[in-house]
Design a protein around this ligand. Structure first.
Ligand code: TXE
Length: 502
């Protein structure tokens, strides 16, 4: 099979992948844009209900296929290792496809592509270490133990910002646990998942273990989450859609894991290494053009170093090279969607209207053609009640607030609908750990920022969602416990009294 590349996809309508086969969809084509030029580069089919149904049925068939159902745990791990080796050879191809599709820096997409085999190897090692427990139940002639089993068919719904990376956070633990997966990538960036699919067959996974259906959220996405053959929904995306998914999941009583947005506090204390902190703040918000759920978009600077740190941040922002995301010397590419450019412009106006000071940027850079670029933008004099301090923008916009002391800081930092990530720069570890204990966030980075690991659980609470990716927590997320009780006393049970602990 010829590998799918930017060139083979250009000006075509993407195929979908069901039951181990690429096929054309009967669904209406949706234009997919190259954000660096603002031009359509390929089309994505809006899968029909029948195609979504076929994908879920193929996944269910895989769950009942002895080739997958009865495969030993170690064999599953070996298959995953094979897939990881294959992926090593396709890092560049997949990174190029994703950069074309969502406009993020090729360097960033390459790093995220390199993380795919790493995640597979980590979870491959877990496949044969997923154990139950033996439980002493105070009944001497009874053995009570648990087994962990796969959930069945997992619907993985992913956004456009880091499609394959987000897909793999679910796919790798799902495979380790023995599930089958139906992926529905974002209609704005579906090419990566489609380009990846063929590698599953090449690695030797049985047909139907992995499927890709594409299309809009309210059509293909809705058909998938409301399908009775789906046993778990894993969703990464915006909070508004997350609530729709949670309601849909509740209708079917399907368990869901939701990783939604954030408005993550990024703190610089007066005793921090101020240069390292300023660098961290810039990386936390301008890397990936702010299009990351953990973006450190609310920066809190202690009042005695406020002016100095703001000046350092602005100087670093001024030096950012904006342009073609494929170039190695570029640091800020375009936004993935035109609607995101409009969103940034709307927030910029609202911040000005609410009295924040535009300290840097705020416009669209000149000389970059029709690409969807916006300048790195910094607002100072922000208060915690302003929209730019409360709502997720998902763009390169930093809101800077001033704090007096730890109580003042934590009151403001925790006064947020979100609780995903957080960061603090200080050389006082007592202070850092006090912050760690009191901050409402699923992740705390101390003297670093945006440093995830596949080995470390990630996910938030409040409006940032629920459920965990990465680490052993992901195995718990994508498997379930079955309790088994054996009576080896040989005695007759009282037919009319339950054998509870008395
Ligand atoms: O994401 P959506 P959108 C934020 C960001 C952005 C906002 C909206 O602030 O501006 O969300 O972005 C599928 N049933 N994030 O509209 O709608 C959809 O097709 C089933 C944060 O692009 O959340 C896509 O595959 N599926 C975020 C996926 O959900 C549905 C990353 C995400 O789309 C559906 C992206 C439905 N009813 C955006 N409606 C992060 N936290 O990383 C939509 N979808």
């Amino acid at each position: 099979m010829t590998a799918i590349t930017v060139d083979t996809l250009r000006d075509t309508c993407l195929p979908i992948y069901i039951g181990g086969e690429y096929m054309a969809s009967a669904g209406a084509p949706i234009d997919s844009y190259d954000p660096a030029t603002g031009e359509v580069w390929c089309q994505v089919p809006d899968c029909t209900d029948a195609e979504v149904d076929a994908a879920v049925k193929a996944a269910n068939a895989a769950m009942n296929n002895p080739a997958w159902r009865d495969m030993t745990q170690s064999q599953r791990g070996l298959l995953m290792l094979k897939l990881a080796d294959l992926l090593d050879a396709h890092v560049e191809r997949l990174a190029e496809v994703e950069t074309k599709d969502n406009g993020k820096l090729l360097r960033e997409m390459r790093a995220l592509s390199q993380a795919l085999p790493v995640a597979l190897r980590y979870f491959a090692g877990m496949a044969d270490k997923i154990e139950g427990t033996t439980i002493p139940v105070n009944k001497p002639d009874m053995l009570n133990f648990t087994v962990r089993e796969p959930l069945g068919v997992v619907a993985v719904i992913i956004p456009w910002n880091s499609p394959l990376y987000m897909m793999m956070r679910a796919l790798a633990p799902c495979l380790a646990c023995g599930n089958a997966v139906v992926v529905k990538p974002s209609e704005h960036a579906s090419a990566g998942a489609v380009a990846f699919a063929g590698l599953m067959k090449e690695a030797g996974f049985p047909d139907g273990v992995f499927n890709v259906v594409t299309g809009l959220g309210h059509t293909a996405g809705n058909a998938l989450i409301s399908h009775t053959g789906v046993n778990k929904i894993d969703f990464t995306g915006g909070p508004a859609t997350g609530k729709v998914i949670a309601k849909g999941a509740a209708e079917q009583l399907t368990p869901a894991a939701l990783e939604l947005g954030g408005k993550s506090p990024h703190v610089v204390c007066d005793d921090a290494d101020l240069d390292a902190a300023a660098n961290g703040v810039v990386a936390g918000i301008f890397a990936a053009a702010g299009q990351t759920c953990v973006a450190g978009s609310r920066c809190f600077i202690q009042e005695s170093v406020y002016d100095e740190v703001v000046a350092k941040i602005i100087a670093k922002a001024r030096a950012i090279n904006i342009g073609d995301p494929g170039r190695d010397d570029v640091q800020l590419g375009p936004l993935a969607l035109w609607s995101q450019v409009e969103k940034v412009e709307d927030f910029t106006q609202s911040a000005l209207g609410e009295g924040a000071t535009l300290a840097f940027g705020g416009g669209r850079p000149k000389g970059l053609g029709d690409g969807w670029f916006v300048e790195p933008t910094i607002f100072t004099d922000v208060t915690n009640d302003m929209r730019i301090a409360r709502e997720e923008i998902f763009g390169p916009v930093l809101a800077i607030l001033k704090f007096r002391d730890e109580d003042d800081l934590l009151e403001m930092a925790n006064d947020s609908d979100f609780a995903l990530a957080s960061g603090i720069w200080t050389q006082n570890m007592n202070r850092a750990l006090r912050f760690m204990r009191r901050i409402e966030a699923g992740m705390v980075w101390i003297n670093t920022y945006r440093s995830p690991s596949v080995m470390s659980p990630s996910g938030g609470h409040k409006d940032s969602g629920y459920g965990k990716h990465n680490g052993f927590a992901a195995i718990e997320e994508f498997s379930r416990i079955k309790t088994v009780v054996i009576d080896y006393s040989g005695a007759q049970q009282d037919a009319f009294v339950m054998r509870v602990n008395k």
